[in-house]
Ligand binder design. Structure first.
Ligand SMILES: *[C@@H]1O[C@H](CO)[C@@H](O)[C@H](O)[C@H]1NC(C)=O
Ligand SMILES: *[C@@H]1O[C@H](CO)[C@@H](O)[C@H](O)[C@H]1NC(C)=O
Ligand SMILES: *[C@@H]1O[C@H](CO)[C@@H](O)[C@H](O)[C@H]1NC(C)=O
Ligand SMILES: *[C@@H]1O[C@H](CO)[C@@H](O)[C@H](O)[C@H]1NC(C)=O
Ligand SMILES: *[C@@H]1O[C@H](CO)[C@@H](O)[C@H](O)[C@H]1NC(C)=O
Ligand SMILES: *[C@@H]1O[C@H](CO)[C@@H](O)[C@H](O)[C@H]1NC(C)=O
Ligand SMILES: *[C@@H]1O[C@H](CO)[C@@H](O)[C@H](O)[C@H]1NC(C)=O
Length: 445
């Protein structure tokens, strides 16, 4: 945006050259007015949640101590662990498999709200609810594979709930808002720790914000075995450890978990995992922006506007941040490739595109039995944003909607493209598939 460009050279000139001060201040004033007018373009907290279910609610709703992505909650609608359900997307039920849906209309009311419908159906032991036409509540016992649901853009579910118009309750005729209740899906809800010393030490290694948490949950649901984390000490202090990742409560070294999350990449960190690793790779342009948001929003408990400011300032801090993280991205990929005894490379973009295919590769690599019922259930419990159109993940931080500008200068792009080429060549040299074509992915932030 134009505004940010005016600020920096102007402040600089003002300090350097006294005679330009007045001119500068006028430019600054115009820039300020300009900025205020156009800051509306950025999806700031209190603008409506473009296309998500909520209407006018804060689109930024992370609360201290609540971790969202791991339990698959949309932060727009259900931003805390005590919410009774999770938004899953907008479904066209005419094109979905009726047999798998098992749906029954239970109520039509002028007082319909999402919570009312979820509570009603939870009492009746249903795993899902569908809300239709603003007033109708359906209980659903979903038992099929995830591809028997036909997702449509959330904008097609825009009928305000009759009892609380802040939220939407489906569309007018054949689309409903689908919510997951807290009733466990018994096909894959049982997950346990293995006896100590019975599991090999295998890492789940990645640069931050590359799908590590999502992959852990997918693997746990698919195999029934908890994953661990080298960050177990801090994980066990957070709700993510005590409520979601039970394997994150114990020392990762005890050999009772399926695989172990790590973001470390020094040679000794790699070699510690004597039985190898799964290396998760994601487009660094996206991972680095997402990491900038995580630093501010999760680690420092601040709203997204601080991160946007940080990125927009475009100064040394942002440049250094990108350089440092680009280096870590490169080192993560290259070091695990070179030094791991046995390695499976999984691309986050492919996991998004065909979750089933990549999950099967990982379960096989981990030498666990393939149970297709569990795998179908895992994907249904933890759907990709690609399949649902709803961005559930990454601690509820929807980075793309916050940035409406390109945060990378030509120089930074050159650096990142060089790193991407290096990683690509390294992967090929060590017998892995090349990186997906990141250029095809529109860098729409
Ligand atoms: C969490 O969300 C639910 C449902 O939206 C709400 O009723 C409850 O008050 C929230 N809890 C907190 C601690 O904000
Ligand atoms: C869903 O399943 C539960 C438990 O299996 C059962 O009690 C309930 O009646 C079912 N609901 C529907 C709508 O089929
Ligand atoms: C759905 O409803 C809208 C108006 O509410 C109507 O224009 C449209 O044709 C309907 N679609 C179907 C498939 O019935
Ligand atoms: C697969 O998992 C389901 C649900 O957990 C279980 O009932 C079934 O016995 C498993 N199948 C095999 C072949 O182990
Ligand atoms: C850059 O970082 C330094 C040190 O962390 C801080 O003191 C300074 O205010 C930052 N500058 C900007 C423009 O954010
Ligand atoms: C996903 O991969 C599997 C196995 O290779 C394939 O059978 C299936 O058609 C793929 N699905 C999609 C949506 O590409
Ligand atoms: C990786 O290398 C292969 C083979 O040279 C090439 O086809 C592909 O486009 C490269 N991918 C990236 C992301 O550069």
């Amino acid at each position: 945006m134009a505004a940010s460009k005016e600020y920096i050279p102007c402040g600089f000139l003002c300090r350097k050259k006294g005679f330009l001060t007045i001119l500068c201040f006028s430019v600054l004033l115009v820039a300020l007015l300009w900025k205020n007018k156009f800051s509306l373009q950025i999806n700031f907290p209190d603008t409506p949640c473009d296309g998500e279910t909520c209407r006018g609610k804060k689109s930024w709703g992370i609360e201290k101590g609540s971790v969202i992505s791991a339990v698959g909650q949309t932060f727009q609608t259900w931003s805390n662990l005590s919410a009774p359900g999770t938004y899953r997307g907008c479904i066209n039920f005419l094109d979905s498999s009726k047999k798998d849906l098992n749906m029954v209309r239970v109520e039509e009311s002028k007082q319909m709200t999402v919570v009312r419908c979820i509570n009603h159906c939870s009492k009746k032991v249903n795993t899902y609810v569908g809300l239709l036409g603003g007033t109708q509540c359906y209980c659903i016992n979903f038992t099929g594979p995830s591809d028997s649901l036909h997702y449509v853009p959330t904008s097609q579910c825009s009928a305000p709930c009759s009892g609380d118009p802040t939220y939407n309750c489906g569309g007018r005729n054949s689309t409903f808002s689908l919510y997951r209740t807290k009733i466990p899906d018994s096909r894959c809800s049982e997950i346990s720790l293995m006896p100590e010393g019975s599991m090999p030490l295998i890492a789940l290694a990645s640069f931050p914000r590359s799908g590590n948490t999502w992959t852990r949950r997918l693997l746990e649901h698919s195999t029934g075995i908890y994953t661990g984390s080298i960050y177990w000490k801090s994980e066990s202090r957070q709700s993510i450890g005590s409520k979601v990742f039970l394997g994150g409560n114990i020392n990762y070294n005890t050999g009772s978990t399926l695989c172990i999350k790590t973001h470390l990449f020094d040679v000794h960190n790699v070699k510690e995992f004597t039985e190898g690793a799964i290396l998760l790779l994601r487009n660094p342009y996206k991972a680095i922006v997402a990491e900038a948001f995580r630093r501010q929003m999760i680690a420092k408990d601040e709203g997204p506007e601080r991160t946007i400011q940080f990125i927009k300032s475009g100064g040394n801090n942002w440049t250094n941040f990108v350089k440092k993280n680009a280096g870590n991205w490169l080192a993560t990929a290259v070091n695990w490739c070179r030094n791991s005894k046995r390695l499976l490379v999984v691309n986050y973009e492919e996991l998004q595109k065909n979750t089933s295919k990549e999950l099967i590769r990982m379960v096989k690599f981990l030498d666990q039995p393939l149970n297709m019922t569990r795998i179908a259930c895992a994907i249904q419990e933890l759907p990709s944003s690609e399949s649902t159109g709803v961005y559930l993940g990454n601690h509820g931080i929807k980075t793309r909607s916050y940035l409406t500008f390109d945060p990378f200068t030509k120089l930074l792009r050159k650096l990142l493209d060089g790193h991407i080429a290096t990683v690509n060549a390294t992967l090929i040299r060590y017998g892995h598939a090349p990186l997906p074509n990141y250029k095809e992915a529109k860098l729409l932030f």
